[in-house]
Design a protein. Structure first.
Length: 276
């Protein structure tokens, strides 16, 4: 499979899932992911009949489906009742995974409020361990995403936004059902940088690489490639050199922006000497 075919699209909340699959097939997109949180795509809106129809539609068109949990749901929650609700939320994604024929679920490490970093990391790690064990029983695979940094003086900060924080979870949870979703633009925002992340991680554990542009050491933005200063040519050259055979996911702008971005990215990779 060529690089162009390996670059997928994050549907997010942009379109009804069935329509998204049809759109992907029409435009030669082989990989999509989607959130199941709102409106017609809410996880509660899928009965067995609809889920089976989605699974059959994706298989018919050769579209591979992933699910993407909401980063606003705090996986690092430790409060009574709320914590149980977070567990139930994550389990709902894992439960529907086989019904939809999904191949991965992107999850997050949660966030902290500056003064409770250690408690939040411990709570989040324990929850992810429970979810991985549950996923193993259901045949699901979880991808933990490295999230973006927030300004230093912000009260709330996402966890797993640096190499050290991200690796904290992988050093404690060993399972083939627990893999990495590497978001290059998030790495570009922190001192580690894209190269620092690539140097530090074992790409045999990476399931996908997520793509958008942004400004080095700047704020969280999901810009169209070329509107920031991320060196996509170098990124592709380095990642492909690791032997990575997984997919990439565009996550910026409109659906049309992501289609145009696919061609831009392939050209950048080709210019850097990557076989496309």
């Amino acid at each position: 499979m060529g690089l162009r075919e390996r670059i997928g699209v994050d549907l997010g909340r942009r379109v009804k899932l069935e329509d998204g699959i049809e759109w992907a097939a029409k435009n030669g997109v082989r990989f999509i992911d989607i959130q199941l949180d709102t409106a017609a795509n809410a996880v509660t809106a899928f009965d067995d009949r609809r889920a089976a129809a989605v699974r059959e539609l994706a298989a018919k068109h050769g579209v591979t489906l992933g699910l993407h949990t909401l980063s606003a749901v705090n996986v690092a929650e430790y409060s009574p009742y709320v914590g149980e609700a977070v567990d139930a939320y994550l389990k709902s994604y894992i439960d529907i995974y086989p019904k939809l024929g999904a191949q991965w679920i992107v999850v997050h490490a949660g966030y902290h409020f500056t003064s409770d970093v250690e408690m939040r990391m411990q709570a989040g790690c324990a929850r992810l361990q429970r979810m991985v064990e549950y996923a193993e029983k259901k045949g699901a695979v979880l991808y933990l995403e490295n999230l973006n940094n927030e300004p230093a003086d912000a009260e709330v900060h996402y966890l797993a936004h640096t190499v050290a924080e991200w690796m904290y979870y992988f050093e404690r949870i060993e399972s083939p059902n627990f893999r990495m979703s590497f978001t290059a633009n998030h790495a570009h925002l922190v001192p580690d940088g894209v190269d620092g992340f690539i140097d530090a991680i074992d790409f045999s554990r990476v399931g996908e690489v997520r793509l958008a542009d942004c400004v080095r050491l700047g704020k969280e933005q999901h810009l169209k490639p070329g509107d920031g200063d991320l060196d996509f040519g170098n990124m592709f050259k380095r990642i492909e050199a690791t032997g990575f055979k997984g997919h990439y996911t565009n996550a910026f702008g409109t659906l049309d922006d992501m289609l145009a971005g696919r061609d831009y990215l392939v050209n950048k990779a080709r210019d850097a000497g990557v076989a496309v």
